[in-house]
Design a protein around this ligand. Sequence first.
Ligand SMILES: C[S@@+](CC[C@H](N)C(=O)[O-])C[C@H]1O[C@@H](n2cnc3c(N)ncnc32)[C@H](O)[C@@H]1O
Length: 298
Amino acid sequence: MTTDQFWNFYWETRLQYLQGQGKGEVILQASRLIRKMNQPARILEAGCGEAQIIGALVDAHGNPTGKQSSVGIDRDEKALVVARQHYPPIRFLQGDFTDASLLQSLGQFDLLLLVNALHHVFSDAYDPTLGDIDVPLGKANVRTSFADLVQTIKPGGHLILFDGLEADGSPETKVQIRFKNTDAWQKFQTFAQEYKPFRIHFSLIQDKLVELTLHAFTRYVTKIIFLGKPLWERERHESYQYFQEEEMRQMLLDNGLVIQEFQLISVDYDHWLQEVEIITPNVLFPPEHVIITAQKMR
Ligand SMILES: C[S@@+](CC[C@H](N)C(=O)[O-])C[C@H]1O[C@@H](n2cnc3c(N)ncnc32)[C@H](O)[C@@H]1O
């Protein structure tokens, strides 16, 4: 068995439970990068949660010891209790990954993982008086936080960023969609009432046929899988999207990163097709996730 065959088999058997969320692809890409390094990688995961990603990678590929160990940061202490139980070789810190002085105190890393993390920085710019996210502030906060996080990557080291991506085109583009059954139509109405970061407006054109903006449609398709599940209470307060592709690419370029892969993935496409049909010609389902691998210039 070649080394690549071994790792394909290893991850195929280990990743089943993560594939549905697209995170499996992050682990595969990170594993390929780490295997090219001649020693265990020093990894930082900002917003690591229960450490499914950094933990799986350290389990498989090892960890530098002592002060050089890999680090996971999260503000949620409950998640870190679980992470520490499962992955003792990793150092887990409770804190805010937007805190530049905390990041500076950690030294430098071979690999920075930002997996479903930066959209929280954007969502945190929710302004109760606006009843919406303060978009310019949210975007500025993402850029500032990203610049500080990139400082932790060694020259020649890598970044893997996984998050939502705003669809290309004007967010105000009108889209007509038809719900394929009563259940889907009712779920959409609950979503429109309960989703918090941006107000979701729509006009009813005919039975189960509505018109809404591309901006609202994007939120609907990427959030609807959470409705009725325990995660909905958290997910309904977050905007998964903040940048279009050009803005994302520019942010990496501005911080001295060379993009090696820029991949759009949609794992829930089949589910969307069961619920809704796009009536407006030439409008496609938006991308669900973006996964970017980039290298910091030396
Ligand atoms: C959607 S979870 C992703 C967890 C993990 N990266 C994964 O994909 O399995 C996002 C995590 O980021 C954490 N988080 C969000 N904003 C943060 C901040 N400013 N500082 C530290 N942690 C933060 C949350 O507490 C949450 O655990």
